[in-house]
Design a protein around this ligand. Structure first.
Ligand code: S3P
Length: 171
């Protein structure tokens, strides 16, 4: 049976975590973040997992996390790491909602954030903006292909982004 989860995907820095936290605050409830789940299971930061085990191992952790969501999680708002769209069972996890914005907008959002340094430092795949831009170009079409719903977030308030998700997913 189709699950009633919202699966929030999109490129690093587009605002998936911020959106999920705003949703949690609005409804006085809890959200799930796949990077947080992996960090707690591994008992180390994403950055450290990449450094000590490499990206392939991290992708394996994401698949295990997706398997756990499939077997055990329903009726939840789930914010995913930027590469999570690649898990084999994504479409079985719930309604896939893509937060979409141009690379330039994302880069600007990250680099002008109050805590810009830490936002960039915790993301190994954003350590070189040139490489991140190539990754964005590679993923752009695939994100759109796997998404059930695409929401452009450029210059929209958090309140409106959440409203649009609710309207279009018919929560
Ligand atoms: C990644 C995105 C990150 C994190 C990891 C890899 C990616 O999550 O999962 O650094 O491959 O795009 P955010 O999208 O929350 O930055």
């Amino acid at each position: 049976m189709m699950k009633n989860n919202i699966i929030l995907i999109g490129f690093m820095g587009v605002g998936k975590g911020t959106t999920a936290r705003a949703y949690a605050e609005k409804y006085n409830t809890f959200i799930i973040d796949t990077d947080d789940l992996i960090e707690s299971k591994e008992n180390r930061k994403i950055k450290t997992i990449f450094k000590e085990e490499g990206e392939k191992y991290f992708r394996h952790c994401e698949q295990k996390c997706a398997d756990w969501i499939e077997s055990s999680v329903d009726n939840s708002f789930i914010s995913c790491g930027g590469g999570f769209y690649n898990v084999t069972n994504l479409k079985k996890l719930g309604t896939v909602v893509l937060l979409d914005a141009s690379y330039e907008w994302i880069f600007n959002r990250l680099s002008t954030a109050v805590n810009a340094k830490s936002k960039l430092r915790k993301r190994p795949l954003f350590s070189e903006p040139k490489k991140a831009k190539i990754l964005y170009a590679e993923r752009e079409k695939v994100y759109k292909k796997v998404a059930d719903i695409i929401i452009n977030v450029e210059d929209k308030s958090m309140k409106n982004i959440i409203k649009e998700i609710e309207k279009r997913v018919a929560l």
